[in-house]
Design a protein. Structure first.
Length: 245
């Protein structure tokens, strides 16, 4: 804290130890370095580790997420990337973010819903960006549920509103089942009907294919026959695309 540079510069330098300098660290000690970064940053004032939020926003807007294709689940897996000697930017940022937030107190974590609402929601336009956000926050839903339920409820509403933005921005959705499974997990494991009033209004305005998948959350009357999105004519090809199971 006595260094003659700004606190964001110090925070960025600490993060770069593992984000940019990981190739110079012993691979069998990399997790320990990740944990050390998390401990150091959370022990400092908030201005030092807010730079992590800026790194997340930069990743959200970068072309990296758009070019992952169907391999993005592997690209988000830190242990998989490390085992294959792949210095993946996404997986390393996810790992260091999880380390920082794991060591953070609940008071420090409580700013995440506001961060998502004010900074993240406006820039998410694709499924890949949304899934990256879910990978970031998913491990902490249980902690929010036990220690700060209001934050979990707020985050859940934000997830649905982000999904609505994606629904408007994307002509085709390739990961509807993955996303809706995650939303069902939140409902049945944590929030129940705690946000039903808020999410019902969102679900009613989604494309029919999403409404059908989320019908047990909103309890809206949706025809259970295969439904295509209103953005393209109904055809056998489009039915298989959305209901290939």
């Amino acid at each position: 804290m006595a260094l003659p540079v700004s606190s964001p510069a110090v925070g960025a330098a600490v993060l770069d130890v593992v984000l940019k300098g990981s190739s110079h660290l012993p691979r069998d000690k990399l997790m320990e370095w990740m944990n050390a970064v998390g401990l150091v940053l959370t022990a400092l004032p908030e201005t030092y580790w807010n730079v992590l939020n800026e790194q997340i926003l930069t990743m959200m807007e970068s072309p990296v997420l758009k070019n992952l294709g169907k391999s993005f689940f592997d690209a988000f897996d830190f242990m998989n990337c490390q085992g294959m000697f792949v210095e993946g930017t996404c997986s390393y940022l996810l790992a260091v973010a999880h380390s920082v937030w794991h060591h953070a107190g609940i008071g420090q974590l409580s700013v995440l819903p506001q961060f998502v609402k004010e900074k993240v929601k406006g820039i998410i336009k694709t499924e890949e960006q949304f899934l990256f956000l879910l990978f970031l926050l998913g491990p902490f839903l249980s902690r929010f549920n036990f220690e700060r339920t209001r934050c979990l409820l707020d985050l859940t509403v934000e997830f649905y509103e982000i999904l609505a933005n994606i629904d408007k921005s994307c002509e085709h959705l390739n990961y509807m089942d993955v996303i809706t499974d995650f939303l069902y997990h939140i409902k049945y494991m944590f929030v129940g009907d705690g946000v039903k009033h808020d999410v019902d209004k969102v679900i009613r305005n989604l494309r029919p294919a999403l409404q059908l998948r989320l019908r047990f959350i909103s309890h809206t009357n949706v025809d259970e026959t295969p439904i295509n999105t209103p953005r393209e004519p109904i055809s056998s090809t489009s039915e298989k695309k959305y209901f290939n199971e």
